[in-house]
Ligand binder design. Sequence first.
Ligand code: FES
Length: 152
Amino acid sequence: MYTEEVMKQFMHPKNMGEIKNADGIGKAGNFICGDIMWIFIKVEKNKKEEVILKDIKFKTLGCAAAIATSSMITELAKGETLEGALKITKQDVANALGGLPPIKIHCSVLAADALSEAVYDYLSKNDLPISRELVKTHERIGKELETTEKKA
Ligand code: FES
């Protein structure tokens, strides 16, 4: 059912844990299964003065696929610019894992959502411009998280 890569990332997840004094923290939940994920980011400017994700860690209360997708998204996002990180889709995560069973695709949504929430948190804390699209995504994730936590 799971690819070798999913099993590898699940058994030996990368970047698991928390970042103290994180520049941004994202939290997302899936109201169907009740799983919750946090993503912590630390940023810095590169030589081109672009803000990049210097460090990223995750904490996931979820299934094997949720752990594997969390691990994979941190690998894909590390060193990326904020714009680049926001462009990582659930499909990119699933592809990097060699695919996910259809019933587990929603687990990769959690990872992409928690990452975009961490970027949103960083931008809003620093009074930086936030695109309309990101605001909309933030509102959707907030509602889903509220439903998840009510059910828990
Ligand atoms: S079953 Fe909930 S994230 Fe996988």
